[in-house]
Design a binder for this molecule. Structure first.
Ligand code: PDD
Length: 284
């Protein structure tokens, strides 16, 4: 089946799908995006993704190019045309194409792109053995709560992790507190069993997976706290893990080459991972 993309009103073959060279997403990273998982043909946590999209465009004062109902139809149509049973939908909204000028152009139509692709399940070894993270300074801007396509700092961080043989890089702010990974949220479980993740302030993206895992934690009556933590605290923790739409929930078993606890996935992380996978409809 050949891939089809939705670009500004048209369903086009993927290889011919393009936006204008003066699209502000291309020139200024003046746009936002969402990545939504598809499991057994269904969008996972569609509502909170749409809520976050509306918030992101609102913060940048970009009008949503179509109503919510129409957007949901387009996503389903792209999923259908690409025969995606398990995979992801990528959705991007930019301020549109206009002669290059930093300030907002007067009359411009926002560009909406929707793509979908099948993805293989993540390597089972990540779930089984856990993953390594490194730590790096957080060099990003002060509005990481907006899911902006301006990801170059995240790109550099992820590449640094890859070159160090790690799965992710945890970014650390000027006060020595972990903010989040380059494309994931960061969590620890303290020695007394409390789950800790940074509150959704302007320094992190409010992950939809993070919200789903917090709901599970509340439903299970587990102890938790939304507060920042240091790398030293993470290294002294009983467990650590990360979450995102594409990574789901993975145990962090080492930080900067040093083991977290015994260097094996923790029991609570494993339990939360199973509960989260069940929530998405993935077979555990
Ligand atoms: N990344 N933090 C950052 C910086 C992210 O880019 C993401 C998501 C998350 C987790 O958010 P969620 O749980 O809603 O996926 C946290 C997506 C998957 C990406 O850029 O591919």
């Amino acid at each position: 089946m050949s891939r089809i993309a939705y670009v500004a009103g048209q369903y086009l073959p993927h290889r011919r799908a393009a936006v204008h060279i003066e699209d502000r997403g291309y020139q200024f990273a003046d746009g936002v995006y969402e990545v939504i998982a598809v499991v057994a043909g269904k969008l996972v946590d569609e509502e909170p993704h749409i809520v976050r999209l509306k918030r992101s465009v609102g913060e940048l004062r970009i009008p949503l190019p179509m109503g919510e109902a129409a957007l949901k139809i387009v996503m389903r149509e792209v999923i259908r045309r690409n025969g995606v049973d398990n995979g992801i939908v990528y959705l991007q909204v930019t301020r549109g194409a206009a002669p290059r000028e930093h300030a907002f152009p007067k009359s411009v139509k926002p560009t909406l792109v929707v793509t979908a692709k099948r993805t293989k399940p993540p390597d089972p070894k990540y779930g089984r053995d856990g993953i390594a993270v490194i730590t790096i300074p957080d060099i990003r801007w002060e509005r990481c709560d907006i899911k902006s396509v301006a990801l170059v700092a995240n790109v550099l961080g992820k590449q640094q992790a890859r070159e160090a043989g790690a799965y992710e890089a945890w970014q650390v702010d000027r006060d020595g507190m972990v903010t989040e990974g380059t494309s994931t949220n960061a969590w620890i479980v303290t020695m007394d069993g409390a789950v800790v993740t940074r509150a959704a302030d302007n320094a992190i993206l409010s992950g939809v997976t993070r919200l789903a895992v917090l709901d599970i934690i509340r439903a299970e009556g587990l102890q938790f706290s939304e507060r920042p933590f240091t790398v030293t605290e993470a290294l002294a923790a009983r467990e650590a893990f990360l979450t995102s739409t594409t990574a789901d929930l993975l145990s962090v078993v080492s930080i900067d080459g040093k083991p977290v606890a015994n260097g094996k996935p923790g029991l609570l992380s494993e339990k939360l991972r199973s509960a989260y996978l069940a929530h998405t409809g993935m077979v555990v």
